[in-house]
Design a protein around this ligand. Structure first.
Ligand SMILES: Nc1ncnc2c1ncn2[C@@H]1O[C@H](COP(=O)(O)OP(=O)(O)OP(=O)(O)O)[C@@H](O)[C@H]1O
Ligand SMILES: [Mg+2]
Length: 366
């Protein structure tokens, strides 16, 4: 039983009504016009006007046949109106039906739905937005699954190692030497850091991370970060080259979070560069933004890795195989922390050698 309140029947009914009323009006008007003109014509004929006030048989037959034709004309138009209103209402509502069916499949958990609506009107626009939304939903779901799987993987390995160490100690297979306890403590600290980073990352992603903003000078933060990281330079015989704009405008931001960003980027530069090279750190600004560049002279990032390095848990091939390597969270965290301050971050390979990370932060409006 068709639903008479559906949009299709309502559009069809209204269109049909409009066509019927228009046709009826035209037929009535034509009838009336024709009769008047015919009467006027007869009045001008000398013989007929004087002989009789009533119409003769042939005149009546003429009028009758014209009425008849107009009636058929009206019926034909009514039929055409019915067909046109049906096709028109179907043209409008079919894409909407398709959209509603696809939305229902999404509701059932089948997230990747694409509708085939090629019109360039409002319904076409709705279809395009729907397709984009569905693709995004599917991507987000995929990312969520990958994120959970990666997190489980990242936590499982160190926990398994700790578990086996503890088991061996308890069973007396290996004694609890200070070195062993120290390395276990390091592993626990790494895990704790990872869990904290993951918590901050997920809060930052939904913009719910508490920020403690103050007027901050980025040069100061960079100097502090390089001082803290100087001991790490020794092993690879690296050095820092700081080129800081002394007139840099102070920014309104959370110094601890920004410190974490610089820490992650500089640690990466140290970790991934060649020995005996320099790490260049530069600040500058234009009217609207302050820029920070951290560049190394290492091998750069493989073009295949470049689009993904800011994703959660993404590690380049070399770092993936490295024992005890990072978790691939550092850049994801840096990106979120910069974006939460309305800034942006990008990575580029330098033409000669190395990678440069560029952070752009807006100058506050006073
Ligand atoms: N300066 C760099 N030079 C070359 N490759 C880099 C550089 N910075 C990052 N990468 C690549 O990007 C990947 C992601 O970096 P990210 O900092 O997110 O993770 P990670 O350093 O592997 O681990 P984590 O920072 O969590 O300890 C790295 O694994 C590395 O392959
Ligand atoms: Mg890192």
């Amino acid at each position: 039983m068709p639903n008479m309140h559906s949009l299709r029947y309502r559009i069809m009914g209204m269109t049909f009504l409009l066509i019927i009323l228009t046709t009826f009006g035209i037929v009535q008007l034509a009838n009336w016009q024709m009769e008047t003109l015919f009467q006027e014509y007869l009045a001008l004929q000398p013989g007929i006007a004087e002989s009789s006030q009533t119409l003769g048989a042939s005149e009546q037959s003429f009028l009758h046949s014209v009425h008849h034709s107009l009636l058929w004309f009206g019926l034909l138009f009514a039929f055409i109106g019915l067909v046109v209103s049906f096709l028109w209402s179907r043209g409008i509502t079919t894409p909407l039906y398709e959209l509603s069916r696809a939305a229902d499949r999404i509701r059932q958990g089948n997230l990747h739905q694409q509708v085939d609506i090629s019109s360039s009107d409002e319904v076409g626009q709705l279809g395009m937005v729907f397709n984009q939304m569905s693709e995004r939903l599917a991507n987000n779901e995929q990312l969520r699954r990958e994120f959970l799987a990666n997190m489980a993987h990242e936590l499982r390995t160190p926990l398994a190692i700790l578990h086996s160490h503890l088991e061996n100690m308890l069973e007396g297979i290996s004694p609890a030497s200070p070195e062993k306890l120290f390395s276990m403590q390091e592993e626990v600290m790494r895990l704790t850091r990872l869990v904290c980073d993951l918590r901050d990352l997920s809060l930052a992603e939904v913009r719910q991370l508490d920020l403690h903003k103050n007027e901050t000078n980025l040069n100061l933060l960079l100097r502090r970060a390089t001082d803290m990281l100087t001991p790490l330079l020794e092993e690879k015989q690296l050095c820092f080259d700081l080129e800081l704009d002394e007139n840099l405008t102070s920014l309104w931001l959370d110094a601890d979070r920004m410190n974490q960003v610089f820490y992650n980027l500089i640690s990466n530069a140290i970790r991934y560069t060649y020995p005996n090279t320099t790490i260049h750190i530069k600040t500058y600004q234009d009217e609207r933004n302050v820029f920070v560049e951290i560049a190394d002279e290492g091998p750069g990032i493989a073009p295949t890795d470049l689009p993904y390095i800011f994703d959660h848990f993404y590690r380049g091939e070399k770092s993936r195989s490295r024992l005890g390597g990072g978790s691939g969270i550092g850049l994801a965290l840096a990106k979120q922390f910069v974006e939460i301050h309305d800034g942006s971050i990008k990575a580029e390979n330098l033409p000669d050698n190395g990678t440069v990370m560029v952070i752009k932060l807006p100058v506050m409006d006073n």
